[in-house]
Design a protein around this ligand. Structure first.
Ligand SMILES: Cc1cc2nc3c(=O)[nH]c(=O)nc-3n(C[C@H](O)[C@H](O)[C@H](O)COP(=O)(O)O)c2cc1C
Length: 214
């Protein structure tokens, strides 16, 4: 991975750069970018077949208890399954599953077995009845705590009840190296592989260590 030094521009330079430039107004809409695009698995219990739905409207919402949210349109085949079972798994794909992620977002479980069609392997969850996707480096098992009908979408607020990670991402000291997973992002209708490393959490305030002369 290439590392580049990034420093905030000096205030004077910032003012010069924006002088004479006017912003354009854009129609209000869901412009937040980039976002993750994940494979959410559901079903597999209560006589409901396992299914996969691609979700980009997802976010972490609480640390204690660990919670996340997904927004699903009621007309999705997965919606009734998630509502009936009260659980789902967020399978975070790597670039290797980019095509499968897109495919599961354009085909409905009403018409296809998406695990078979996407060439993905279902495996048992630790705490939930629905399957995880083996090929995805990170599987986040969730149980719904609350649902909110917002309009076009239902917001499912869920607690993270178990997490599974691919063993090659855990080093000999037991640390998780998720940056090695080849993660991707979704921005304005396009999928991207995460690329250049810009810094770690807090790098903007961290003092450089002086090199020892010894
Ligand atoms: C990149 C991407 C992101 C998507 N995000 C969402 C989302 O957040 N919520 C949603 O309801 N549908 C979303 N969709 C659409 C569903 O994944 C799609 O309608 C899917 O075919 C529904 O599958 P199902 O009918 O088997 O549930 C997305 C599709 C793609 C390709």
């Amino acid at each position: 991975m290439t590392r580049v030094k990034v420093r905030p521009p000096k205030p004077r330079k910032r003012a010069e750069a924006s002088a004479g430039i006017e912003k354009k107004s854009w129609k209000p809409g869901n412009m937040l970018s980039p976002v993750p695009a994940v494979l959410v698995s559901c079903g597999g219990t209560k006589g409901l077949k396992p299914n996969l739905i691609t979700i980009a409207w997802i976010g972490s919402v609480c640390s204690e208890p660990p919670m996340l949210s997904i927004s699903v349109r009621p007309d999705r085949y997965s919606h009734a399954i998630i509502k009936a079972t009260g659980e789902f798994v967020v399978n975070v794909p790597s670039v290797d599953q980019a095509k499968a992620t897109d495919w599961c977002g354009v085909v409905s479980g009403r018409d296809a077995d998406k695990f078979a069609g996407a060439g993905l392997t279902p495996a048992a969850g630790l705490k939930v009845g629905c399957p995880i996707v083996m090929e995805c480096p990170l599987n986040i098992e969730c149980r719904i705590r609350r649902s909110l009908e917002l309009g076009s979408h239902t917001l499912f607020l869920a607690e993270v009840v178990a997490v599974q990670v691919s063993p090659e991402l855990v080093d000999s000291r037991g640390r998780l190296n998720l940056q090695r997973a080849g993660l991707m992002a979704f921005a304005h209708g396009h999928y991207f592989a995460l690329g250049r490393h810009l810094g770690h959490f807090g790098f903007s305030v961290r003092k450089r260590k002086k090199r020892s002369r010894a």
